[in-house]
Design a protein around this ligand. Structure first.
Ligand SMILES: [Zn+2]
Length: 324
């Protein structure tokens, strides 16, 4: 639990919408927290480069500050040794957050990928896992719309704090998949007022759920993770990155189904090493490269193979859909 006085509590004592409050938090923290100000200022110098990859395109972001996250050790031993940066007791003194229903704290990310980039951390130090919190995730997507989307990285595929439950939020449309995916989708099922679709020609394995009932979306998501568990033969949470948006009364949940976190080239030595560590934003089409040499040399072949290597095979997606 945070020792700080929160910037605001939601919904209590608040006439503002959550997305408005969150934007106000960002504005206020920029004036009070030099680390965030520096992190946001550094974004003005990031470079972008589009890489056409046949039927899809990837946007590269050269962002040296992200070395901390991209290069982070996320094995159990390293996680155990470090001080958890999402626990209230360890937050920098200048950092404030919005306490949502006494359960989650919305915090500004001081090493952002987007100018407004938030971490939504549970107030307790409990493991990263989405199924029990999917209703909160859907509620956050609704309450943070139309300004922000929310996303989730599984504990074994991109979460830099796999031991502390958290979501993230980014400006709506900032992750390319949000806008790109509709053109690639094919509806494969329609049940319980939820549309289930997969993407073809997108180079990644993805299932998209769309619907306007919170309960139906919860049920559909849990059915999907249960099918993923059966087909991939795991008792753990299936590896996934999840992005959720809410617009016109409808939720869209984008589930990227992963086979591994980091590609083999990440673990090479010297010149051969490529520091690309895909999580939601990267698998969603904006690949962050903290090293300039990787930014300059990443080409269609490399990016296509990283996506393919870290996603489950298309046949697995087909079997998951059949198992729904
Ligand atoms: Zn923690």
């Amino acid at each position: 639990m945070s020792q700080h006085t929160p910037f605001a509590r939601f919904p209590e004592h608040s006439t503002e919408s959550l997305h408005e409050l969150t934007h106000q938090l960002y504005e206020s923290q920029q004036t009070q927290w030099p680390m965030l100000r520096d992190g946001v200022a550094a974004l003005k110098n990031v470079q972008f480069r589009p890489v056409p990859c046949g039927s899809f395109s990837v946007r590269l972001q050269y962002n040296p500050k992200r070395i901390v996250s991209t290069g982070a050790k996320v094995d159990a031993a390293a996680i155990k040794e470090r001080k958890c940066f999402l626990c209230g007791a360890h937050l920098p003194p200048e950092q404030q957050g919005i306490l949502v229903r006494e359960k989650f704290l919305i915090l500004c990310n001081p090493m952002p990928i987007f100018p407004e980039h938030f971490t939504i951390a549970h107030v307790d130090h409990i493991p990263q896992s989405i199924e029990e919190s999917i209703l909160t995730f859907l509620a956050m997507a609704k309450e943070l719309s139309p300004r922000y989307s929310v996303f989730y990285n599984g504990p074994k595929c991109g979460a830099s704090a796999p031991d502390h439950l958290h979501f993230q939020a980014s400006p709506v449309g900032a992750i390319p998949a949000e806008k790109e995916l509709p053109a690639y989708l094919r509806t494969v099922k329609e049940s319980g007022n939820v549309r289930v679709a997969t993407a073809e020609g997108y180079g990644r394995s993805v299932v998209v759920l769309t619907g306007s009932s919170e309960q139906a979306m919860e049920l559909a998501f849990l059915r999907l993770t249960s099918a993923m568990r059966r087909v991939t033969g795991t008792n753990d949470e299936p590896m996934m990155n999840v992005i959720c948006t809410f617009a016109d009364g409808t939720w869209t949940i984008i589930v990227f189904i992963r086979s591994k976190h980091r590609p083999d080239v990440y673990f090479k030595e010297g010149e051969e090493k490529v520091l690309i560590s895909p999580a939601s934003v990267d698998i969603g089409g904006l690949v962050v490269t903290p090293m300039e040499k990787d930014f300059l040399r990443a080409d269609s072949a490399l990016l296509t193979s990283i996506y393919q290597e870290t996603s489950v095979p298309q046949d697995t997606v087909r079997r998951i859909i059949e198992a729904l």
